[in-house]
Design a protein around this ligand. Structure first.
Ligand SMILES: Nc1ncnc2c1ncn2[C@@H]1O[C@H](COP(=O)(O)OP(=O)(O)OP(=O)(O)O)[C@@H](O)[C@H]1O
Ligand SMILES: O=C(O)[C@H](O)[C@@H](O)[C@H](O)[C@H](O)CO
Length: 216
């Protein structure tokens, strides 16, 4: 296998030798690997980037998503705002969502990602993305999307939820969230970050892990 050296050109890592293998192992082969025909598309990087923060309820998606968006100077959106009223009603009354409930919600987020991409706009979206097929639905065919999964223990997250007030999602639903959770697999190209650290440290880990450029 040929060794590929990278140098920076306009902030984009560029190989100094024509590779015969993909330039980056974190690239998802199913939909992002271009044939080697010219300019480098590094990790699927296009003009805009969409970072999706996933994790169970209480893992910190909102806290970290907003912090990251602020650090990068990008708009932020929360998946909770894409739920049809029926889903919010169910969650508010303590009923977990089914795959069927989640379908219109995933479609709405996908449409939103496509609209932001068409406008060349980089964004941060917080979304539970508990099951692999939900993540695939948002990820596949969207080279601008990078997923960051917030990982934490049940005990730590339950403790945080016990202290959270004014949110429709209640702590007792955490068990259902963990039973629905399908941990990210290696081939999903997902950055997993442990939430047992300060929000600032988590945001920094994401910025460096995804090599995101911070706003001045
Ligand atoms: N790294 C952290 N350290 C300490 N507390 C945190 C951290 N991240 C989040 N929290 C706190 O934990 C609680 C849950 O965080 P947050 O609301 O961001 O989670 P969430 O994943 O968006 O939840 P949901 O999916 O239910 O909206 C909040 O009270 C928040 O302030
Ligand atoms: O997939 C789900 O069950 C939902 O997305 C929930 O996780 C909530 O929307 C959210 O996390 C609570 O704020």
């Amino acid at each position: 296998m040929q060794d590929i050296q990278f140098s920076e050109v306009d902030g984009v890592p560029t190989p100094s030798a024509s590779p015969v293998t993909p330039p980056c192992r974190r690239h998802r082969s199913r939909h992002r690997l271009p044939d080697w025909t010219g300019p480098v598309i590094y990790r699927g990087r296009v003009n805009d980037t969409a970072v999706i923060i996933t994790g169970v309820s209480g893992s910190g998606k909102t806290t970290i998503g907003k912090g990251l968006a602020e650090r990068l100077g990008w708009p932020y959106a929360d998946a909770d705002d894409f739920h049809p009223p029926h889903n919010v009603h169910k969650l508010t009354h303590g009923h977990p969502l089914t795959d069927e409930d989640r379908q219109p919600w995933l479609t709405a987020m996908g449409d939103w990602l496509d609209a932001r991409h068409a406008a060349d706009e980089s964004v941060v979206l917080s979304c539970s993305g508990l099951k692999r097929r939900y993540r695939d639905q948002l990820h596949d065919g969207r080279p601008q999307v990078h997923i960051v999964h917030l990982h934490g223990t049940v005990d730590l997250i339950a403790e945080r939820l016990r202290h959270r007030h004014g949110h429709f999602m209640k702590a007792h639903m955490l068990e259902g969230q963990f039973s629905d959770l399908e941990d990210p697999q290696a081939d999903e190209d997902i950055l997993t970050v442990n939430v047992d650290q300060t929000p600032e440290a988590i945001v920094s880990e994401i910025v460096s892990g995804l090599k995101l450029a911070e706003s001045a």
